[in-house]
Write a protein that binds this ligand. Structure first.
Ligand SMILES: [Zn+2]
Ligand SMILES: [Zn+2]
Length: 191
């Protein structure tokens, strides 16, 4: 048997072609759910060029989880935790809840990510947005922000809240697309 040369350490560019895909999160690499990182993953032990930025709600505090160990559920299994809170998902099928809580990265939200449900299934998280971006999605999307307010507001207050939303501000909207009817819906929250 020929003597093997030590394999050169692969850089992140080598794996970028096959980044994992998430059913309920369209662009986690573009919206900051994963950040470039050279540390080895606490779950699989491999340095794969990225780490999960959000929380794994578990007993242990975990520093580094790679996107692949989020996607295949191994990190949630190994550390007995969840990435996404299951609040508001009770009417969804158990398989969908498991996929969202154990195999989907949380998006950044001041009050913890809350997944909107449409047509009986969690919708796909697209992006944070401000009033300017929401307007481009149209009236239906603007209305959904008003409908998803946690407290009772007058129509005037709702309009004021909508106008205060900024993509990088202290009040922001989170935009989703329904997997079934493609309706774009959103909710707003503040720091
Ligand atoms: Zn890993
Ligand atoms: Zn729908």
């Amino acid at each position: 048997m020929a003597k093997k040369k030590a394999a050169p350490k692969k850089k992140s560019t080598a794996v970028q072609a096959s980044l994992p895909v998430f059913r309920y999160y369209r662009d986690p690499f573009g919206t900051g759910a994963f950040e470039p990182c050279d540390d080895p993953c606490d779950c699989c032990g491999r340095a794969r060029g990225y780490r999960y930025q959000g929380f794994l709600y578990a007993e242990e505090e975990i520093e580094t989880i790679c996107p692949w160990c989020v996607a295949d559920g191994s990190a949630a299994r190994k550390f007995d935790g969840i990435f996404v809170d299951d609040e508001g998902l009770s009417r969804c099928r158990p398989r969908a809840i498991a996929e969202l809580t154990k195999r989907t990265p949380e998006f950044f939200a001041f009050q913890g990510a809350k997944w909107l449900v449409h047509c009986g299934e969690p919708a796909v998280y697209l992006t944070p947005a401000g009033y300017a971006e929401l307007k481009r999605y149209g009236e239906e999307t603007l209305q959904s922000v008003k409908d998803n307010l946690p407290i009772d507001m007058s129509e005037k207050q709702k309009q004021g809240f909508l106008r205060s939303l900024r993509r990088d501000g202290s009040c922001v909207a989170h935009v989703f697309e329904c997997l079934h009817c493609q309706k774009v819906i959103a909710y707003g929250e503040c720091d």
